[in-house]
Design a protein around this ligand. Structure first.
Ligand code: UD1
Length: 422
């Protein structure tokens, strides 16, 4: 297994281009199933999770052409030959559940494996299933699979989520586009990836209002047509790389970045003493001198502070001049990076969903282990600031969500290399 070797202590200067959003692309790809005409996605990120979704769509009988070195995905769904999403693919990636709504809406039946456990908590799919039931689906759970049927097609209805779920909102939204009549999705997720999905669906002929707010209204149509859609900028990749000059010092311009994508995160970064400037091409982040200031962070659904930036923000706050409290409200068990950061000299006390971080003056390089996608990149950020060498092992997590991380950081002066494992 490969690892990443980082030699810390170098301020970063330069620019980093931000890729298309992994999480948007993972819902846009299954949206292709809603039409029998091709959907072309531009600005796609080149990541292992995208290859997994490609594999899943291909297993259903779709044709997925990867063009321009993976930047463009052309998805043809004319011939769906199989309506079962197999456990072997679904267990690799939870987002596989996103084929359920579109397949059901298109053909009135679908079988999808239950995703099972996950490193950052239980993460059930009950909200996805209840939403589809509200649209008239009949569901049966047998031998680890959801067997879904909608005899005579899905019917519009009211979906009132008891808690906000990004994935369940996406599944409901996709299914509702082809349901007969009007669907109202209440307590909907408001993430930019939802707005991107709705924008793509509208360009395929769907009638959707209210995306980006807590109530989305969908007027079902008989069919959707093909379209070409650019994937929105990855706000989590953006936030992660904004933290790179923040933790090392220096100045980096994030090309394609927009403050509106990461507003709550920017406020916390500025509270920690980081300068953020909007430029014509993106966002410029700098930290020229002085210790970082402590700040408290609470993760929340969008537009709050994203859970997917909590681990990286914790890496930064380990070096603040004082104590910061980080509260994780979205996922249980999402502090697995804390003990690894402590191996590098960080002082962190975790009690349930709260981590108290007492800043230290320096971190020291150490061998550490990635436990999930965002945890792995938080360890790389810590390694960039630490004295000496840090080896981050199990980087397959990283490759799920970060494209060419060594090249992007290396171009700004970081000493970082991938070491091929046995
Ligand atoms: C998506 C993102 C993930 C991000 C998360 C929260 C993708 C591919 N992944 O994940 O990177 O961390 O949003 O911003 O877009 N829940 C239930 N029942 C359900 C569904 C969810 O109880 O049926 C719970 C979850 O366990 C969690 C909370 O709801 O505690 C929010 O999860 P959700 O928004 O659904 O996350 P994902 O869509 O899986």
């Amino acid at each position: 297994m490969d690892s990443i070797l980082v030699t810390g202590g170098r301020p970063l200067h330069g620019e980093i281009s931000i890729s298309g959003a992994k999480n948007a692309c993972l819902t846009l790809m299954p949206a292709a199933l809603l039409s029998d005409e091709p959907l072309t996605l531009t600005n796609a990120p080149r990541l292992s999770d995208i290859r997994t979704m490609t594999q899943l769509l291909e297993s259903l009988g779709c044709e997925v052409a990867s063009l321009q070195d993976g930047r463009v995905l052309a998805i043809g769904t004319e011939a769906i030959s199989n309506h079962t999403a197999d456990y072997d693919i679904v267990r690799k990636m939870r987002a596989s559940i996103l084929v359920l709504g579109p397949m059901l809406a298109r053909d009135g039946h679908a079988v999808v494996s239950l995703p099972g456990g996950c490193a950052i908590g239980a993460r059930p799919v009950d909200l996805h299933l209840k939403a589809l039931e509200a649209l008239g689906a009949e569901l049966d759970l047998r031998e680890g699979y959801v067997h879904a049927k909608a005899t005579g097609g899905l019917k519009g209805g009211v979906i009132d989520f008891p808690l906000i779920s990004v994935g369940a909102t996406e599944n409901a939204l996709m299914a509702a586009t082809l349901a007969r009549g009007t669907t109202e999705i209440r307590n909907a997720a408001r993430e930019p990836e939802i707005v991107d999905l709705a924008t793509c669906l509208r360009s395929m002929g769907a009638q959707i209002d209210g995306d980006g707010t807590g109530t989305i209204t969908v007027q079902g149509v008989d069919r959707l047509h093909g379209a070409t859609h650019p994937v929105v900028t990855d706000r989590i990749e953006l936030g992660t790389y904004m933290l790179a000059p923040a933790i090392t010092g220096g100045e980096v311009e994030l090309i394609g970045g927009k403050r509106s994508l990461v507003a709550a995160f920017c406020e916390k970064l500025e509270a920690a003493g980081i300068d953020i400037e909007e430029t014509e091409r993106g966002l410029k982040v700098s930290r020229m001198n002085g210790r970082l200031k402590p700040t408290n962070v609470k993760t929340e659904p969008h537009p709050g502070f994203p859970t997917d930036l909590q681990a990286q923000m914790m890496a930064l706050l380990t070096l603040a001049d004082g104590t910061s409290v980080l509260e994780e409200t979205i996922f249980e068990n999402r502090f697995m990076h804390a003990p690894e950061l402590m191996r590098m000299g960080a002082q962190i006390d975790v009690q349930g969903g709260t981590a108290t971080v007492t800043g230290v003056e320096t971190l020291k390089g150490a061998p550490v282990m990635a436990t999930d996608l965002r945890a792995s990149v938080s360890l790389i950020l810590a390694g960039l600031a630490a004295e000496g060498e840090t080896t981050v092992s199990r980087v397959y997590h990283l490759d799920r969500g970060y494209e060419r991380v060594e090249e992007k950081l290396g171009a700004c002066g970081a000493k970082i290399a991938r070491v091929a494992g046995a």
